[in-house]
Design a protein around this ligand. Structure first.
Ligand SMILES: Cc1ncc(COP(=O)(O)O)c(C=O)c1O
Length: 281
């Protein structure tokens, strides 16, 4: 069979081994006599898969139990809103670094919930972005609750090759299009998030990893399904989770682990201060 690779927008390839396993287990998953889509999400089989998937994420990222792994829905785009809704409010401020159109989309949502400063923007005329700011170019707001950036600018093709030093502030990163593509010191972040569909599995689940000390600062009085604290307390099972997406996420991370984890990812060959200039015309 000829496999085709999608280089266009949206979801990316899933390892063939993972797809084959999902195919083989479609009618009888784990001896249950049903597919993973048909079992109770309150049953012991699904519960074990769910908790194992959180542990696998922590293990691959090299994070300890002081990080909570949450499975949310609504894509990474919902995190653009959930993050400021949980941590900002009329009198609170946050810093955003704008290096592409997804970073800009995150700012647009955050402005609804607090005062947003741009610690840096590399936007050129005509909504073009071709570079990543240097550390010295970041203008950090001492009053910011957190600093948000986008590690890989999916549309523009630029990627951060260093983790910004935010002088003790909580660092939050949208890693939707490069998560687990390279080794990284994930412990430098208070929160990372990624829609699974590029690097980790199918759409339908967004993975959020949040450090306990940051989570404690989240607001309490929020709609149940938009509260990080509820996701943590209920292990992302306040309502029915996207079981099939989490199952594929589980298989993909096991595949990654079997193949050596993140340390076997290809090393970046571009310089630390990466600048991508499009060809003329
Ligand atoms: C960096 C980045 N952030 C956010 C998004 C939006 O993700 P979603 O479609 O899961 O809302 C994308 C989608 O391509 C992306 O590449």
């Amino acid at each position: 069979m000829k496999r085709v690779i999608n280089y266009s927008a949206g979801p990316a390839g899933i390892p063939v081994e993972v797809l084959e396993q999902a195919r083989d287990e479609m009618l009888d998953w784990n001896g249950t006599g049903c597919s993973v889509m048909e079992v109770s999400h309150r049953g012991k089989e699904y519960d074990a898969l769910h908790m194992e998937t959180m542990d696998l994420f922590r293990e691959l990222a090299g994070l300890g139990k002081d990080y909570h792994v949450l499975f949310t829905t609504g894509g990474a785009s919902t995190q653009f809103m959930m993050l400021p809704m949980n941590f900002l409010g009329a009198s609170k401020e946050a810093d955003y670094i704008v290096t592409g159109n997804w970073a800009k989309a995150a700012v647009k949502e955050a402005k609804r919930y607090g005062k947003i400063s741009l610690a840096a923007t590399t936007e050129l005329e005509g909504e073009r972005f071709v570079s990543i700011p240097r550390q010295g170019e970041l203008k950090l707001n001492p009053a910011a609750e957190y600093v948000h950036y986008t590690s890989n600018n999916t549309v523009e093709g630029t990627q951060w090759h260093y983790i910004p030093d935010v002088k003790g502030k909580s660092l939050v990163c949208d890693m939707s299009s490069d998560i687990f593509s390279r080794p990284l010191d994930f412990s430098k972040f208070s929160m990372i998030y990624a829609g699974a569909q590029k690097n980790l599995g199918p759409s339908g689940v967004t993975v959020v990893a949040m450090k306990e000390d940051f989570l404690l600062k989240a607001q309490d009085d929020l709609p149940t399904m938009l509260s990080y604290k509820v996701f943590k307390e209920k292990f992302s099972m306040h309502n029915t989770p996207p079981c099939f997406s989490i199952y594929i996420l589980n298989l993909t991370m096991k595949w990654l682990k079997k193949n050596g984890g993140l340390s076997t990812a290809p090393k970046a060959t571009t310089p630390v201060w990466q600048t991508w200039i499009p060809a003329p015309g």
